[in-house]
Design a protein around this ligand. Structure first.
Ligand SMILES: Nc1ncnc2c1ncn2[C@@H]1O[C@H](COP(=O)(O)OP(=O)(O)OP(=O)(O)O)[C@@H](O)[C@H]1O
Length: 210
């Protein structure tokens, strides 16, 4: 599904990650690594929002050569999302839904599932950190991605929302074969995510633990 070739990421000549040639199959993956090991760097590179050496492809669509098509297939929710404070939640969702080619009604279902209807028309400056996190999760599920990247998705969301998130991930994978890379410091519930596999980041390398 996802192929790294001669991938290297450095910040100011300081190497953070080096992945010579690794293929990650379809599935749901938990990316584990200590603080500063490079989990967010990896997800941002795969999302196409960070420069790096080498290339990443999804099937035969290469990030560097087919940037627009690639980014349509990969959705990303940041660990600590930042949004323009003057926009409302629904304005942000409309923007993303258009960019990602979401079908009509998709956003409404996600908003209802996450219990966001009562505040979705309020400006984002008034949202709590959990409300912003839920918005970023809704945005990551819009459109028809093949791969969804969720950086620390469990942070700040309440137990009810977490149950919904587990259901969304499981259904997307079972019904549409959408793959997931999830970074988390907290234990993910393997009963709610059947088939969950691990990828470890250590010593600037990734190891597939399956
Ligand atoms: N913009 C940046 N400029 C310079 N160095 C950076 C930058 N972003 C990350 N780094 C460095 O890259 C390394 C990996 O950082 P990254 O945020 O990817 O780690 P992480 O595994 O997500 O950490 P955490 O678990 O603490 O969130 C760290 O050594 C960090 O200091």
């Amino acid at each position: 599904m996802l192929h790294f070739s001669q991938f290297e990421k450095s910040y100011f000549n300081h190497l953070v990650l080096k992945i010579d040639n690794i293929k990650i199959p379809e599935g749901i993956f938990w990316i584990k690594g200590s603080n500063g090991s490079g989990k967010s760097t990896l997800l941002k590179a795969i999302a196409g929002i960070l420069s790096f050496e080498g290339d990443i492809s999804l099937g035969n669509i290469y990030l560097k050569n087919h940037g627009v098509s690639y980014r349509k297939l990969v959705n990303f929710a940041e660990a600590e999302p930042l949004f323009p404070e003057f926009l409302t939640g629904s304005e942000m969702i409309t923007l993303f839904a258009e960019a990602k080619g979401a079908i009509s009604g998709q956003a409404e279902t996600l908003i209802t599932d996450m219990g966001m209807k009562s505040y979705i028309n309020n400006p984002l400056g008034s949202y709590s950190s959990g409300m912003l996190k839920k918005l970023s999760l809704v945005l990551a599920f819009l459109g028809q991605p093949k791969l969804i990247l969720l950086d620390e998705p469990l942070n700040t969301i309440d137990v009810e929302s977490l149950e919904i998130l587990y259901r969304w991930i499981d259904e997307k994978y079972q019904n549409e074969k959408v793959s997931f890379l999830l970074s988390s410091h907290q234990q993910l519930d393997e009963l709610k995510l059947p088939g969950l596999k691990q990828i470890n980041i250590e010593d600037k390398k990734i190891t597939l633990n399956f």
